[in-house]
Design a protein around this ligand. Structure first.
Ligand code: ARG
Ligand code: ZN
Length: 855
């Protein structure tokens, strides 16, 4: 028998409410892989037993793009019925042994899901539903089992999950003692080099650590290894979590759809998220790599030891793990700037999602393609929800609840209900209303008004959440609102206190005050809402000067910047000098950390301004937004001609390059200053920095300034010659030319780059370098003539046949299309309709574009 399964089932909506356990348990799994690029054989031996906790059902195993060679039940050959998405088979109602041999074609697997090849090595990506492209299996997270794997090939290095077993010239065996769902399965084989190290856990177990890379990349592993050891130590110290195998392997892969993957004992990383060196990586790259290594490592407990019952519960592991990795980064690098950056990111990525056609709850209730739900809402809003919970119950109760969670659910495939129950049990609180954060989509709008009478200061809050697709009626959320009060001379008269808002409208009073205070509301951004506070410019300038909460101090400046820009865009106003003078005082304050001052120099992004205009009833004009930002930057550069050289001097680092918080902060300030300086000096300072740079942070920052100053050549050429053989640096080279291009040229530049010999469109990093940068060039992408939309659509149509996942993710570029004028809307609609008309459109892209069009 030799028969191919129909590749994928027809698009179908899956509902949370339909959850049913699988009818069998899996006692153990033995897999043998005979690797060959076009004809890999996978031989599976699996012991099934009837699941007493499940209703009776037909025996169905998932399977896609598999060629079934033979199958047997208890040693007897069987002929299963191949159906869309898998197979059905008659099996005994008793424990039995399932055997199947299938053939797969890793070299032709361009979707990068299942077993595939990247630069000559075999690797896997199984989350969420990739294991079904490796063998027939109940590919669902609530089916957990112990895996033993044998890999046969001529590759020098062969890895899988767990601990190493026997190995020889052309085989290696691995055994993972921890029961796990199939999405955590991993296999790697290739000609790899390792960067070894070790870690001794707090109970004295020695763990071998390795980062595996392609020959030539050995010199880019040291930083990732240090980050891994720091993560292991941090999780012991802060969460009491120890590692639980003899080895921990990380592999760097060049072709990868996402950032990285937490496979048990064998994390697989997009090479951009692990390889680093001072010459080739920026400070931002280092910080991101440290965070992603931590994130994947932390999944060992929040994700692997305790996994998800079904994919609707994705935020159970992702929201919590993002929350944990941001705590880690805050501890490693400073809490204030980390919080500011996280909120900027939330507003840039999650707010547009939650306020547009793709809006969905942190725990979605239905999906067609689960890969479309690895979103900023599930991850980042999911992490915000955990931060709110911690703030409501307090640090001590949070720690107790987490201990109970690990204790009670170790080995489980758990749900959000299980998660909340540990908090209810530790604190005695009823979290019924809080749970709305998991089911109600949309960003709440919170407004606040003040009253002052006889020594009593009252804050009255009102909340409402606008309707979102599929949810017309919204109920009040539980909002932890962190508030502090300042006296008129700037002293804190009320330290941060958390007001717990549960009603649509609620007032909170502070009495015994001798003078009317100034309120600092929503400190540290204590809830993911849009806050409306009717403050005058003077009020905000006061907070900018005096707020003791660093986030709100930054926020006061950010709101002044936003209002200044909105007035410039909508009314042609001149820049707000009250704000700029307040900001200047702060920039001159050498007691403030350089990285905080660098944040203060930042401006709201173009897309965020477009959203703000839209909310105020204007139709955003991308060119006007771009022009206002240019005018403001030019104005600041001229006004601060005496300040900027002083800041540049302060930002100088004389010590040898290190990606630590102190140096990184200085360079961040230096970069913000260089962008201003190069508007008045014709690019001289940037050219000098470019010529003398001995690290990528300084080199790339100066190249960006030169491109913007219209002095790109010959620096762009020199950079190319220096780095043409380094893929990760070439991604930067591709991206920067598009992101820094003037809006009128961005589409032309992007299109020209797609014809470059080094443009490998099947490599997701390279594709995203060009098109991610185009999407991020707001006025460039949203050209009135529709050329940005058309170019993106052309390439998405092309990529869809090869890699639906990456294509679908990039469709979100269109999610804000209804904000704009009729002309742009018509152009965007045409582009999306062209995508929808593509023959054999993937269900990933079909789902994304239909949702965007319907919104
Ligand atoms: N669990 C991974 C992480 O957050 C992400 C993998 C997502 N993969 C996917 N195909 N959707 O670290
Ligand atoms: Zn994750």
């Amino acid at each position: 028998m030799k028969d191919a399964s129909p590749s994928a089932p027809a698009p179908q909506t899956i509902y949370l409410k339909d959850y049913t356990p699988f009818g069998w348990t899996v006692e153990d799994v033995h897999l043998t892989f005979r690797l060959a690029p076009h004809a890999t054989r996978v031989i599976a031996r699996i012991h099934f037993a009837p699941n007493p906790a499940a209703p009776q059902q037909d025996f169905f195993l998932h399977g896609e793009e598999l060629t079934l060679i033979r199958a047997a039940v208890n040693g007897e050959a069987v002929s299963p019925e191949l159906v869309p998405g898998g197979l059905k088979c008659t099996v005994p109602f008793a424990p039995f042994l399932w055997e199947a041999e299938v053939e797969i074609d890793p070299a032709n697997n361009t979707a990068l899901e299942g077993l595939y090849m990247s630069s000559g090595m075999y690797c896997t990506q199984c989350e969420a539903e990739g294991f079904r492209k490796i063998t027939y299996y109940p590919d669902r997270p609530d089916v957990m089992s112990v895996f033993t794997v044998r890999v046969e090939s001529e590759m020098p290095v062969m890895l899988s999950n767990g601990n190493p077993g026997a190995s020889g010239d052309s085989f290696a065996e691995w055994h993972d003692p921890w029961p796990k769902p199939a999405y955590l399965f991993a296999l790697v084989a290739g000609d790899l080099r390792n960067h070894p190290d070790s870690f001794t856990t707090k109970s004295g177990a020695k763990v071998d650590l390795n980062i595996w890379v392609r020959p030539g990349d050995e010199g880019k592993c040291a930083f990732g290894m240090e980050a891994l050891k720091a993560s292991m130590k941090w999780d012991e110290d802060v969460y009491g979590r120890e590692y639980d195998l003899d080895v921990f392997n990380i592999v760097a892969v060049d072709d990868f759809n996402m950032g990285a993957m937490e496979n048990k004992g064998l994390n697989i990383f997009n090479s951009s998220c692990v390889l680093a060196s001072p010459e080739t990586s920026t400070d931002d790259n280092f910080e991101r790599i440290e965070a992603i290594i931590a994130h994947e490592y932390f999944h060992n407990w929040t994700g692997n030891r305790i996994t998800c019952r079904d994919w609707f519960q994705l935020c159970l592991k992702e929201g919590l793990t993002v929350y944990r990795d941001s705590q880690f980064t805050a501890d490693m690098r400073g809490a204030a700037v980390k919080r500011i950056n996280d909120v900027r990111d939330l507003r840039a990525r999650q707010f547009p999602e939650d306020q547009g056609p793709l809006s969905h709850p942190v725990r979605p209730e239905s999906f067609q393609e689960i890969n479309n739900f690895y979103t900023a809402t599930v991850y980042e809003k999911g992490a915000e929800v955990i931060g709110m919970l911690k703030r409501l119950v307090g640090d001590e109760a949070y720690a107790k609840a987490l201990d109970l969670y690990f204790d009670r659910h170790d080995g489980d495939a758990a749900t959000i209900e299980d998660w909340l129950k540990v908090f209810e049990d530790t604190t005695g609180r009823d979290l019924t209303q809080f749970k709305r954060w998991y089911s109600q989509s949309g960003t709440p709008r919170l407004s606040v008004s003040e009253d002052w009478k006889d020594g009593t200061f009252t804050l009255t809050f009102e909340q409402h959440t606008p309707p979102t697709p599929g949810q017309d009626e919204k109920l009040p959320q539980v909002l932890p609102i962190a508030v502090g009060l300042l006296s008129p001379n700037g002293d804190e008269v009320q330290a941060t206190t958390v007001l717990e808002m549960t009603e649509a409208r609620q007032a909170f009073s502070f009495d015994g005050l001798s003078a009317r205070p100034r309120a600092s509301v929503l400190r540290a951004f204590s809830a993911p809402v849009v806050l409306h506070q009717a403050l005058s410019r003077e009020d905000r300038a006061f907070l900018l000067a005096h707020d003791t909460d660093p986030f709100n101090r930054w926020e006061a400046g950010n709101e002044l910047a936003r209002d200044c820009l909105l007035a410039m865009i909508a009314e042609g106003a001149t820049p707000d000098t009250l704000w700029l003078d307040g900001l200047e005082t702060l920039l001159r304050d050498t007691a403030l950390d350089p990285d905080f001052r660098a944040c203060m120099l930042g401006l709201p992004g173009q897309s965020e301004l477009a959203q703000q205009l839209h909310e105020r009833g204007h139709t955003p004009d991308p060119d006007a937004i771009y022009d206002a930002l240019q005018t403001l930057q030019q104005f600041r550069a001229e006004r601060w001609s005496d300040l900027l050289p002083k800041l540049a001097a302060e930002a100088r680092v004389d010590a040898p390059y290190a990606p630590n918080a102190e140096q990184t902060g200085k360079r961040a300030l230096g970069t913000a200053v260089l962008h201003l300086l190069s508007r008045t000096d014709g690019g001289a300072a940037a050219q000098a920095q470019f010529d003398g740079a001995d690290n990528m942070t300084l080199q790339l920052a100066s190249l960006a300034c030169l491109i913007r100053a219209g002095k790109a050549e010959p620096a762009v050429q020199a950079f190319y010659e220096q780095w043409q053989n380094d893929r990760l640096v070439m991604d930067k080279w591709f991206g920067l030319q598009v992101s820094m291009a003037e809006p009128g040229r961005a589409v032309t530049v992007a299109e020209a780059l797609t014809a470059h010999v080094k443009f490998d469109w099947k490599n997701p990093n390279r594709f995203r370098a060009v098109f991610g940068a185009l999407i991020g060039n707001h006025a460039g992408f949203h050209r009135a003539d529709g050329s940005g939309y058309a170019l993106l659509a052309d390439w998405l149509i092309r990529l869809d046949d090869k890699n639906p996942q990456t294509t679908a993710r990039m469709c979100s570029a269109f999610q804000t299309w209804t904000r704009y004028d009729d002309g742009r809307r018509a152009q965007a609609k045409t582009a999306m309709e062209r995508i929808m008309a593509k023959p054999n459109l993937s269900r990933d892209v079909n789902e994304m574009v239909s949702r965007i069009l319907a919104g």
